[in-house]
Design a protein around this ligand. Structure first.
Ligand SMILES: *Cc1c(COP(=O)(O)O)cnc(C)c1O
Length: 408
């Protein structure tokens, strides 16, 4: 039997107003295909990787030598970061939503003993992994971290910086301080915050590993690199305990980014075959972040969130998040229970918002790379029109006026 040759795949243009991926800029897409045919060890490709590494140090706000991109998605960088956690090593995880919940599963898989893994391989219970649950809609505070680390005295601690499931900003200052005080090595999932929040990794000496992603604040789809950075302490520890992954080994992967024996060198050595197109588009995305400036980006997101928050509130919604790239909200009272239907109808019209993935069901409206007045107006109008079509009487013009008032 012959496999059919399917028609060429066409993907529609949508408003990607969810938690991620964001709206990839045309400049990044152009950089992807506007390249010659070359192999992965071509000097210009290697130079692009070296420049990308240096730009990433600026974006992370760090002097860490081990700063680079891990091929793949956010989970690839997180998998690399957590690869240092070995079975039986005590680690405290703070969970306040979907993504820190998956981080916790990932850590249980690595921290479980052979027996624990075999008892339930897809969802192992690991005695060495201690989970501190914080309710949906609340942030992980410094006090919560301080108390748990004082009580459990683990080797490692981990949490998400911005928990995209519930739209909450967690306290990395409190986390870092508590890690330092108790001699704990902190690890942070910064998938949602890098490139949006103004923070410098080097200002948080209790945190030794950070991992982000290509598709949110940095906006580097076509799917390319998950930015990571590791302190010298992390790397020393990894050297001591070892890692069980070739592809996701921080020291081995760093070699291709021209970091060998803890030093920047002139030319990297092969680790795996990087695509010149991927390198070029990633490089362009990083240039765009730095051209705009980290502080300016943070400010633009803050202003846009405030304005859209006011417009949605005007239409009877209740926003419970405090991230600046994502609004997590409850619909007006009369539509409670209809959230999934509401989202499905929006998505059917290529207005791609999201529900929350864990309970309670709320609506998530993201503004990644959708910060222009026209774009925010379109989101407000689409949202308001859908409320009206659900018989929830809404003055869309008044909401748009509210949005504009806040953007002045
Ligand atoms: C999006 C996200 C992830 C997963 O990233 P992928 O690119 O889908 O692999 C992990 N953690 C957080 C906090 C996220 O927001």
């Amino acid at each position: 039997m012959n496999a059919p040759v399917f028609p060429e795949l066409k993907i529609p243009n949508t408003i990607a107003a969810g938690p991620g991926p964001g709206n990839t800029s045309q400049r990044v897409l152009d950089a992807y295909y506007n390249q010659g045919v070359a192999d992965h060890m071509n000097p210009d490709v290697i130079r692009g990787m070296i420049e990308a590494k240096k730009m990433l140090r600026e974006i992370w706000g760090t002097n860490n030598v081990h700063t680079f991109g891990v091929a793949g998605t956010g989970w690839s960088g997180l998998d690399m970061m957590f690869s240092v956690v070995h079975p039986g090593e005590k680690i405290v995880l703070f969970v306040n939503g979907t993504f820190s919940g998956i981080d916790e599963l990932s850590v249980r898989m690595k921290g479980a003993t052979e027996e624990e893994l075999q008892a339930n391989s897809l969802d192992p219970k690991a005695a060495s992994v201690i989970t501190v649950k914080v309710p949906h809609g609340q942030s992980v505070s410094g006090e919560i971290v301080e108390k748990a680390l004082g009580e459990h005295k683990p080797k490692w601690a981990a949490m998400a910086h911005w928990e995209t499931g519930s739209g909450r900003v967690n306290d990395i200052r409190g986390f870092s301080d508590a890690c330092e005080k108790h001699g704990v090595l902190g690890l942070v999932d910064a998938v949602s915050s890098l490139g949006i929040a103004e923070f410098r990794a080097d200002d948080y000496p209790g945190i030794h590993g950070w991992a982000s992603c290509p598709q949110k604040g940095v906006m580097a789809l076509p799917l390319t690199y998950s930015p990571v950075t590791f302190s010298d302490t992390y790397i020393e520890e990894l050297k001591k305990v070892g890692g069980r992954s070739f592809a996701h080994h921080p020291i081995l992967e760093a070699r291709h980014w021209s970091i060998i024996e803890g030093q920047d060198v002139e030319k990297g050595s092969y680790h795996r075959t990087h695509s010149p197109y991927a390198v070029a588009s990633f490089h362009e995305a990083l240039r765009m972040v730095l051209e705009e400036g980290m502080l300016q980006r943070a400010e633009r997101y803050r202003t846009a969130e405030k304005a859209l928050n006011a417009a949605l509130t005007k239409m009877g919604c209740t926003v419970t998040s405090n991230m600046t790239s994502l609004l997590v909200l409850d619909l007006p009272e009369q539509l409670h229970g209809q959230e999934k239907d509401f989202v499905a109808k929006c998505r059917a019209e290529n207005f791609c918002i999201w529900p929350t993935l864990s309970e309670p069901t709320q609506i998530r409206v993201g503004i990644l790379n959708l910060l222009k007045e026209e774009e925010l107006t379109e989101i407000t109008r689409r949202f308001g029109d859908m409320l009206n079509r659900h018989d929830c009487k809404t003055d869309v013009d008044a909401a748009v006026a509210e949005l504009k008032r806040h953007l002045q």
